[in-house]
Design a protein around this ligand. Sequence first.
Ligand code: AHR
Length: 650
Amino acid sequence: MKSKVLILALALAATTLGASAQRVLDISMKPRAEINPEMYGIFFEDINFGADGGLYAELVKNRSFEFDYPLMGWTPFGRVSVETEHPAFERNPHYVRLTGGDGYKKSGLQNDGFVDGMGVKSGAEYRLSFYARVQSGAPVKLRFELITNDNNIMTAKEIEVSSPEWEKQTLLLKARKDDAHARLRMTLLSSGTVDVEHISLFPVDTWKGRENGLRKDLAQALCDLHPGVLRFPGGCIVEGTTIANRYQWKNTVGAVENRPCNDNRWHYSFRDRLYPDYFQSCGLGFYEYMLLCEDIGAQPLPVLNCGMACQYQSCELVPLDSLQPYIQDAIDLVEFANGDTSTVWGRLRADMGHPAPFGLKYIAVGNEQWGEEFVKREALFVEALRRRCPEILVVGSAGPLSDGEQFDYLWQEMKRLRVDLVDEHYYRPPEWFFANADRYDAYDRKAPKVYAGEYASHHKTRANNFEAALSEAAFLTGVERNADVVRLATYAPLFAHAEAWQWRPDLIWFDNTRVLLTPNYYVQQLYSLNKGTHTLALTENGVPPTGQEGLYASAVLDKERSCVVVKAVNASDREMPLVVRLNGLSRKQAPAAEGTVVYMQSDDGSAVNTFDNPAAVVPHTEAIALSADGCTFTAMPYSFQIVTIPLIRK
Ligand code: AHR
């Protein structure tokens, strides 16, 4: 690995420890803390085109003509105007009016997709839908075409519009080739005038085959993480740059056509990565979010605005005496998720297709807030939620920083308010993650629990490289050891479009047709798949390995799978022979003859997975022989390993 800091830190070790000295890891078989089954989760925010242009499978950008410039994303030709009179959808009033051209010159529009076109697959079907009405008495004909990247017509269909009232029309287009940069073109073939609104194109083959669905490959990547919890929708997007463009969950439920389009703050958050065409359609809203949670077995963890806009930007505050609607939003969200169908919001959920409750149990109030004004607002939410929704676990916040004066102040206040969990964020360099594997060892066991709500190792290159992933694996041994204190953890952010990102590192990269899993993804997945049910004390010479001579380790018991799982990171540049000793096995229990070791290793800390080489850093699995009380194995330099020791009855 190329980290000089790490090499220096370990140089001492190289001189004091023989190259092949065995290190003994003693594991006490007495189960300690119960591990939250929801412990390892994911954090979804519409950043880096993660929702529109990403997980949300809609292919048409600005389908409702509601961006600041209503024709953004569209190339009109012929006679096209934008109108708002007698709209089809009152909250999305803009639509286009096409008037038939004379002779050869036609009128129409072409859509460029979210990021340089639309990804389509040969043979796959795409469901096109739109709303239209004729302005002239006579019916008109519209032609829809999928256009290849090199401007050829891939497939086309014509459809007649005859109603003078808004009417939904649907047709299927079949792609004739693979194309990551296809376009959709609509042309009015007849004379006459037609109004068209909400032009939408989805693959038929979405995740679970749902209309208004999710991109299957990306949803599958989430599912494969087996996340326990899914934080949504942010992140700073919750706060908004201003109060006006904060995320409002009520605007994201009900008919998609009538969900008002919102700014996406990530279109202008970084001046050097400006994406002026980045808005939120809210098509992936709170209903779709909760369905996804259900599909992948994750608990929803919604984050709500606490009456404050981003404190790095406008710092707008909702006066305390005007906060009630914000608090009511939180209470209504519980009703939307859990209420029976006789309630207003429970009824809406049922009408949308899910009569059964979603079983919401967490709500986070505020994202990266700080200061007294935050505490005052948080207090009002906590009080109301306790009274109206006592079943809900309330997540407070320790602000945007991993430590410092504000962090300490907020922790003290969150204790005073008796929130259930405190959301901590840390975007720090790999050295910090390596150095903080003992972060939670001395945390107050009686205080609110910790939710590591946003974290990622930020290498100076900001790459999702192996050094960053290894440092996260090392840090997580400390999280695991302290699973009585840290009840939830979600890496951040989740998705990034490789050709249109604002922030990195990110767990999963994708483009219009492909998905790329990072080394960091595999670390998360390995923890999630091997979380166990109870922590076990693991020590070397009486103390937990938290980086001594480059070793980090923790252990869990999995009562359901009947095994012990040891996680070990060797962050040094030398092989590390390890002896794992299970102490206190019952007389009826013994390790099986063989276990497994899953490992990730690279001598190159800068190694990354790429679309051309997606398996540069991935886990490998091998069998390992077990002894009567454990096993012996050698951890390679710069490696993360998970050793599973199945227990059998003697
Ligand atoms: O994950 C990206 C951003 O990082 C989140 O929106 C914010 O909460 C944090 O600062």
